[in-house]
Design a binder for this molecule. Structure first.
Ligand code: C2E
Ligand code: MG
Ligand code: MG
Ligand code: MG
Length: 292
């Protein structure tokens, strides 16, 4: 899904949640209750490192186990969260939940595999995010290298002054920052040069037709070279076939994520995944293993 799908939409009254709520405001208590009662869940999708041929972390993707409607994907409810101004609360929920999972892994495995979380757009303009991340460290003992924050390209570029210093500070604290959906927004190469992020995440739209499109291959090659030239690591999202994987590997892409490896899964299955890694003597990789 592109970020466009999270913009306010007019289809609210036509389909989706419409049968249950005729007004946007009717959803507010329902969404709050979902957060408080943990009807939301973080599904985890594994990410793989090419050079090391192993799991390197997970992306947390939110789902809503709706009491009547079943499992809902983010496109079905994030727009309402945005419109109701609840995204900061949701981000808090997501960060706390990720911290809970990490602490559980620390106890269970004696080590943590990194989790990348998606934060909503406005967070990165506000210095409260820094305080929030400091609290996670102090109260939960979360180590910064266990968490990565995904930020979309347009957000990174929209308020550069505030955004830049928030990102800079988070990097100094040791958090990873990835630009999500890279290539779909309005990035300027000059901004990319000065943004202190450590990873770019190439949007699925460049991957899906890769096998049939020389143009996509050309663009991917350039993006990967550019990122490496700037000292950043590259992950591709939405890998669905072995052929896509092989082409990306040849192009020097560092990491991969997609249905070809695994769909997003419930925490307990992610833990089985980790157990197999540990049985194979694999350990979490240091964050900034050489990119280029
Ligand atoms: P995203 O961050 O770009 O996440 C990637 C999306 O691609 C996810 O959809 C994932 O399930 C899906 N995906 C993964 N591998 C494949 C593949 O091989 N093929 C295809 N076709 N799709 C694949 P999902 O989970 O529906 O999430 C959609 C978007 O919702 C995310 O895009 C992200 O922008 C947003 N989102 C998800 N979780 C959160 C959250 O906790 N907080 C916030 N603020 N946004 C979230
Ligand atoms: Mg993401
Ligand atoms: Mg993405
Ligand atoms: Mg995407």
């Amino acid at each position: 899904q592109s970020k466009e799908s999270h913009q306010p939409i007019v289809t609210f009254y036509e389909r989706g949640m419409d049968e249950m709520y005729s007004h946007l405001v009717d959803m507010e208590p329902v969404l709050r209750k979902a957060m408080n009662d943990n009807e939301f869940q973080l599904y985890l999708q594994p990410q793989f490192d090419f050079d090391h041929q192993q799991l390197c972390g997970f992306e947390a993707l939110i789902r809503w186990q709706h009491p009547e409607r079943g499992l809902l994907s983010p496109a079905e409810f994030l727009p309402y969260i945005d419109q109701l101004g609840l995204s900061a609360e949701l981000d808090d929920w997501v960060l706390n939940e990720a911290a809970n999972i990490l602490m559980h892994w620390k106890r269970l495995f004696g080590m943590c595999w990194p989790i990348a979380v998606n934060l909503s757009a406005p967070q990165f303009q506000h210095f409260q995010l820094i305080e929030k991340m400091e609290r996670l460290q102090q109260e939960f003992g979360i180590e910064p290298e266990w968490l990565e924050l995904e930020i979309t390209e347009n957000v990174a570029m929209s308020d550069l002054h505030n955004g830049m210093s928030v990102i800079q500070r988070l990097r100094e604290m040791g958090y990873g920052i990835a630009i999500d959906d890279f290539g779909t927004g309005h990035s300027s190469l000059a901004y990319l040069r000065s943004l202190p992020i450590n990873k770019i995440k190439i949007d699925r739209s460049f991957i899906s037709e890769l096998q049939h499109s020389n143009n996509d291959v050309t663009i991917l090659k350039a993006m990967i070279r550019l990122a490496h030239g700037l000292g950043k690591r590259v992950i591709a999202e939405g890998i669905e076939t072995e052929e896509q994987q092989d082409i990306l590997q040849k192009l020097g892409c560092d990491m991969m994520q997609g249905y070809f490896y695994s769909p997003p899964m419930r925490q307990q299955f992610a833990e089985q995944f980790i157990e197999r890694q540990i049985q194979g003597n694999k350990k979490p990789l240091p964050r900034d293993v050489a990119a280029a």
